[in-house]
Design a protein around this ligand. Structure first.
Ligand code: 0O2
Length: 211
């Protein structure tokens, strides 16, 4: 990797690693208390250089403005079992004092034309570098497992068709997005049954492990 990119991306890499630990730590705290965790799992990545350049070109972002204008060079994803968990997670993020929220985008009540649903929170995160503090933008995407399944599939198809989906695939993807949303709604309706079963299961696991 070119030295210039290595220096530029260093604070983003640092931020993703730190935030993965912090957000996974939230899940661990719920587990420790033996209560339902609104966070199922957390992933994080630094956007590959080729994707940064692609997006900069598409959105007319000058390369010397990446830091100010590209919000998802560092990205975290928090997956939830239920739609209501998303609200809980956003509340938890709003309460934290290790970063500030600069923007929230609700693509759940206002889904994208593609069918995409997720809640995006853009934060300003201070990274301690050897030359001092650097404040960078990080995008946290919060979504259910079903929304994540859809987005992952659509993203790989997007790659294949470079965004120009044939009409029938576009339509099927929109229908699949609705099906995923229906799945979320159905799961929400039996949420308490599911949680009860999960609690019994984890108690049994604990007993087995202590034997
Ligand atoms: P990647 O590969 O996920 O890193 P825009 O890019 O114009 O849609 P903007 O202003 O960057 O919008 O912000 P937005 O839409 O809040 O966040 C963009 C990111 O959200 C995307 O990143 C995706 O991760 C996700 N996203 C948004 N729309 C869709 C969609 O229709 N399908 C899927 N699968 N994901 C979506 P990138 O840059 O695409 O890249």
């Amino acid at each position: 990797m070119e030295k210039h990119w290595e220096f530029f991306l260093a604070p983003y890499k640092q931020a993703v690693e730190e935030l993965k630990v912090k957000l996974k730590g939230m899940r661990a705290q719920f587990e420790m208390q033996g209560v339902h965790s609104p966070i199922e799992f957390v992933t994080g990545r630094v956007k590959p250089i080729a994707s940064i350049l692609d997006k900069a070109q598409k959105k007319n972002i000058p390369l010397d403005q990446l830091e100010q204008q590209m919000q998802d060079i560092a990205g975290l994803r928090m997956m939830c079992q239920f739609v209501d968990d998303i609200k809980t997670v956003v509340q938890l993020l709003r309460q934290r004092n290790d970063f500030t929220i600069v923007e929230e985008r609700d693509y759940i009540t206002q889904k994208k034309e593609s069918g995409y649903r997720s809640y995006h929170v853009v934060i300003r995160y201070p990274v301690q570098m050897i030359y001092g503090e650097k404040n960078i933008l990080v995008e946290i995407q919060i979504r259910t497992l079903a929304m994540n399944f859809w987005a992952t599939i659509e993203h790989s198809l997007n790659y294949k068709y470079s965004g120009n989906f044939p009409e029938d695939i576009k339509l099927r993807l929109q229908r699949a997005a609705e099906a995923a949303y229906l799945l979320d709604e159905e799961m929400s309706k039996i949420r308490f049954e599911i949680q009860e079963a999960q609690a019994v299961f984890s108690r049994k696991q604990e007993l087995k492990e202590s034997e």
